[in-house]
Structures are given as C-alpha cells and as structure tokens.
Design a protein around this ligand. Sequence first.
Ligand SMILES: *[C@@H]1O[C@H](CO)[C@@H](O)[C@H](O)[C@H]1NC(C)=O
Ligand SMILES: *[C@@H]1O[C@H](CO)[C@@H](O)[C@H](O)[C@H]1NC(C)=O
Ligand SMILES: *[C@@H]1O[C@H](CO)[C@@H](O)[C@H](O)[C@H]1NC(C)=O
Length: 448
Amino acid sequence: MARITQFAALCAAVSRGVEAAVSFAVPSKVGTGGYTYAPLDPAPVGISFEFFAFPSYFTNVTATNQCLSNWKDLAGTWPPIRIGGTTQDRAQYDASTSAYVVYSVAKPADAPMTLTFGPKFMTLAGTYPGTVVVDYTKDGQPIASGTWNAATDAASQANWNIRVGSAVGKTNIIQAGNWNQPPPEWGAAQLIAKENATSKQYVRHYAHHNYPGGSIEKLQTHSQTASNVRSMFEADVAAVKRQTGKEYVLGETNSVSGGGAANVSPTFGAALWTMDYILRATATNISRVYFHHGTVGNCQYCFWGRYSMGAPYYGATAAVAFLAGARHVAALDAGTTKYAAYASFDAEGQPLRVLLFNSEYYAGAGSARTVQRFTLTGLAGAPVRAKRLTAASSLARADKGDEISFGGQRWTDGTCVVAGAETFETAKVENGQAVFDVKAAEALVVYL
Ligand SMILES: *[C@@H]1O[C@H](CO)[C@@H](O)[C@H](O)[C@H]1NC(C)=O
Ligand SMILES: *[C@@H]1O[C@H](CO)[C@@H](O)[C@H](O)[C@H]1NC(C)=O
Ligand SMILES: *[C@@H]1O[C@H](CO)[C@@H](O)[C@H](O)[C@H]1NC(C)=O
C-alpha cells in the first residue's frame, strides 16, 4: 500500500539539507491504486463539552460560536457536538431550577463533585444548529466500583437502550459505548454481543474514548498515531461494520486525559497530532472524532478559551479544510514512518486534495530544522496550490503568543475571528509530478 521510493537522484537535494524524497502516487479515482478507502461523514470533526461547562461555553465564551462556524463555513455543515463527561455522571435533573446548571466549587478551576441541571440546559442544547449528543444521567448502577466491569456495563447498556428508546419512541438515536478500558476488553464488539435485535435498533453509533498521552515528540510522531489508531480501534470498527452496519465514533478524546498535560497539550506538536489523528481515524472508518473541552480557564487541550486560542485549533482546522466537502479519504502511507500522506475525494470520486505531513520533532532555536521532500505522482497538468500549517517549533503555543499559522492565517484570541491574508503556495506539475518541501513539524494541504 505504501508508495515510498527513495530517489537516488536527490543526492543533490540532500546536500542542501533536504532529505531524500518520499513519493506517493495520487489515485486518479476512488477505489483504485490498491489503497483502502473510507467514506466520510459531512462533518467528521466534532467537539465534546464537559457537562457542567457546556452552558458556560455557549453563553460566556465568545469564541465558541465563531470557532464552530469557521468550520461550518469550510465544510458546509455545523460540526457535531457532544455534551457529557465525568460531571455528567454526577449530575441530577432538577425540573424546578431556572438555571442551566447549579453547583459550587472551591476554586473556579475546579470541576463540581455534584450538580443539578434544569430544563434550560436541554433547551440550550436544542438551539445548536448541528447534531448534539447528550449523555443521560446514571441509573443507580455502581459505576467505577465493586462488580462494575465490561460485562455488567454491556448488559446495563443493552437494557438501557430499550428503556430510553421505547420511552422516546424512536430508533437509531443512541450513541452507545464510551468505555473505561480499551478494546478488545471493553469495546463495541463486547457490547454488541449483549444486545438483542430490540436493543440494537435504538443504536445510531458505537463509540469509544481515547487519550493517547505521551511526550510532545511521541504524540506528534505519525507512526505512533497510526499505531495507536490501528491497534486500539481497527478491529473494533470492523466488528461494528460487519455485525451491525452502523457507524463508529470517538465519542470523547483528546491528547492527554484529565484536561490535558500543561507541557504537552497546548503545543503545536499536539496540534499536529490532532490533525494526523483525525485523518488516521477517518481513514480507518471512524466517522466522527469529538475532541473534549473541560473547565473553562483550566483546560490544557482546549482548542479555544475565554481569552486565548489553543494551538490544537490550527491542526483541527487544517484537517477540516482538507476533508471539507469530500466523500472519501485514504491514507497513502502505511503508517510506519514519520512521513504521512492522505488523499480526499469528491462526490464524483475525483481526488480533491492531498495532505502531506512531516512529523519529525523540532525543538526550536539551537537545533537544525530538517526538510523532507515529498514527490506526488499521478497529477493532472495544471499547477497546484497548497496551504502550509507551520509554527516556530513543536513547542509553539498560540496561548503564549507564539507564531502559528495555516495558509498564512491565524485566529484571534478571545473571538476566533480569522486574521491575515489567506496565502497559497504554487507548485508546478511536470510529467504528472510535483515536489513539495515540508519542514520538520509542518504539514501542507495541497489543493488539486
Ligand atoms: C462568565 O464569566 C465570568 C468571568 O470569568 C464569570 O465571573 C461568570 O461567573 C461566568 N458566568 C457563567 C454563567 O458561567
Ligand atoms: C432483549 O434483551 C432485553 C435485555 O437487554 C430483554 O429484557 C428483552 O426481553 C429481550 N428481548 C427479546 C425479544 O429477546
Ligand atoms: C472502510 O469501510 C469500507 C466500506 O464502507 C471498506 O471498503 C474499507 O475497506 C474500510 N476501510 C478500512 C480501513 O477498514
């Protein structure tokens, strides 16, 4: 499947500090060239909001609506959202409260240990123009204690699908799953085994959670991301497709669990991971990826906050731009090196864009920044344009004012309004080939 060729002719390039090229053949049409293709959801990149913080994001954080509508403008569809997380497990519905949520915390950075929510909370969720997934309250089961395990959870969910689905009177509505252990111990396949046809009909998606963690260098390394997605999810996704024909989503995910790691999650390296992870997941038939957003003002992995942007928004936006309007995606590399290439395809099956990613770590001033040359073959004759996702280093942080840009643009702190002129590079195509130089810790979206 990988189309990686070392070009001896590029010794000259190497002597200029450019690594020998890796080469990828762009398929002329979906389904060709020996690659594996995945169908795409119209809006595969979603946001998950921590339950108690959701009203605050939508009433008290100016950037929220703009950051989401920027993606709607690119893709033509509002990004899906999900409301849930640990504080949902602690929440009780109070029909009499006029507030969205009621809780008290010792410090603003804390998440509440107990809370109630009222009808206004559900009304607010209902005003969002995209799709919304809301967790429901626990049903008195001893979650995270004693006898709670994959089998108990699956039996409880199988039964719960029926109780909720029959009460609401609609099928195909539940995002099932969201497990404490990775597959195959606690995956969709284990749940499906406990569901009968009555229970299954209420399920719309099967979901799992994932926080890969690790250092910035490890997190941004492409082979690591590809391996995480493959080893954790490939078999579970295939089981869901085979046994139910339903979709698989990452219902809650981000770089590092527990709100993120202060020295990892807000960096450009984490932004590159965000981009690559979205693409590897979608190319593996994961329909949607919901990135979790926690306590406002205490959230290392958040894409935006009340006062500043987070670097990961840049990576996510590059992925949204690459996938916008596309119907299929394919990984062109085998996921075993630091160099990635993906292709997206339009409704006619024609190649739409290619994304090239050099996941080599770059620590910044004082170390040499290597350059990887990518050759694309199989292109049509006309010159192609490209947008570059770049930053001063893997450590760059939008929230610290470091320079990060995508196609020459950045997003303004506090508002998420785009700033700067949209900038494309142009590459000429000769004999169906074009070359692109991508520095360590950079990516390029090529518009075909
Ligand atoms: C909105 O933000 C301000 C400033 O941090 C805070 O004092 C206020 O409690 C917040 N309101 C809500 C509804 O979260
Ligand atoms: C399906 O399973 C549920 C428990 O999850 C059970 O209550 C119900 O009777 C089963 N329905 C059929 C038709 O077997
Ligand atoms: C994704 O699903 C399609 C069918 O919808 C299948 O042809 C393809 O092989 C799957 N891709 C992967 C990576 O499993």
